[in-house]
Design a protein around this ligand. Structure first.
Ligand SMILES: Cc1ncc(COP(=O)(O)O)c(C=O)c1O
Length: 311
């Protein structure tokens, strides 16, 4: 790769020693990190049979919580899985965990629900009879400022996020092997993260974030057919629409991507993160461009509105 910056990932956060002594929510109890354990018979551990949400606490409020709960409950229905708690009870569990850790902002929660403990170490979902396992890991988490200055470097990999009838790419499943393999491939090539194509070869997504390019003041992203229905992605698209920025969900190729004026990726953790380089081609001047910065500002204004309006 041409850029000689040290390697980092889209989830790079500033070091915070308070994370050494966190309290974790495990099935209704909030326990010290070193006591937060699940059974070796848990279907999440054994088979990746579970779903999760990454949610951020902003000014003491859970940002876009309704959208996160919609996606969680939608995935549970697809997996024919009982989540064990109501929407309101999930919010209470999140609040209690934040309170136990004295967290009010710059906090990232990973809410995980698996099908629960199995009676035998086999795949059949009917072997999970004990009810779901619910875990919330909550960390002090301030995205590294370095990411905004230098952006991340992507490498295009042969691993695709596939068709909806194999493992639907819209499921935030515990098993992330497909994306992990993609990430390994990119890291072996010296990049930070993987750029993944769709089954037709059009540019689709990265292994952990949604993907956007900017060409001549237009914002393009994939059709959405093969990527995570990212909440940040959806917010960026609607911010473009309400601010008269032309935005298209469409097929486009790597050729159009290398030549883009700007590229950025989106996710709950990093909001909008600039991409500096793809497959050794520097994007624009290699730093965050004006559209990326504008959309980031609009997104943080939206977060501010959303989180000051709640409660
Ligand atoms: C593969 C993938 N793409 C995109 C995203 C971003 O989604 P969101 O904006 O809802 O955090 C995630 C995060 O869950 C993801 O795992």
């Amino acid at each position: 790769m041409t850029n000689q910056q040290p390697h980092h990932s889209t989830h790079a956060a500033e070091i915070d020693t308070r994370n050494d002594t966190l309290k974790i929510y495990v099935n209704g109890s909030i326990v010290p990190k070193n006591q937060a354990v699940v059974s070796v018979y848990d279907s999440g551990f054994m088979l990746g049979d579970g779903i999760w949400e990454g949610i951020r606490l902003y000014r003491g409020k859970w940002a876009f919580i309704d959208a996160h709960l919609d996606r969680l409950f939608g995935a549970a229905k697809a997996l024919d899985m009982d989540l064990g708690l109501s929407r309101e009870e999930f919010v209470v569990a999140l609040d209690q965990t934040a309170q136990a850790n004295d967290m009010h902002g710059n906090t990232h929660a990973r809410l995980m629900v698996t099908r629960g403990i199995k009676s035998k170490p086999f795949q059949d979902p009917r072997l999970s009879q004990s009810g779901p396992t619910i875990v919330i890991i909550m960390e002090h988490s301030k995205p590294s400022g370095d990411l905004l200055d230098t952006g991340i470097r992507l490498h295009t990999v042969p691993i695709v996020r596939g068709l909806p009838m194999s493992q639907d790419p819209k499921l935030n499943s515990h098993s992330k092997l497909n994306c992990i393999l993609a990430g390994i491939h990119a890291q072996k090539a010296g990049a930070d993260e993987a750029l993944m194509l769709d089954p037709q070869g059009f540019v689709n997504t990265t292994n952990g974030c949604n993907f956007f390019i900017v060409r001549k003041n237009e914002v393009w992203t994939s059709t959405g057919d093969y990527c995570m229905n990212g909440i940040t992605r959806e917010k960026v698209i609607s911010l473009c629409k309400t601010n008269d920025i032309p935005v298209y969900e469409k097929n486009f190729s790597l050729t159009q991507t290398y030549d883009a004026d700007e590229v950025f990726i989106t996710g709950t953790f990093g909001a909008q993160t600039p991409v500096s380089e793809i497959d050794g081609r520097v994007i624009g001047d290699g730093t965050a461009g004006p559209m990326t910065k504008r959309l980031r500002d609009l997104y943080f204004e939206l977060l501010e509105q959303e989180c000051s309006a709640q409660k």
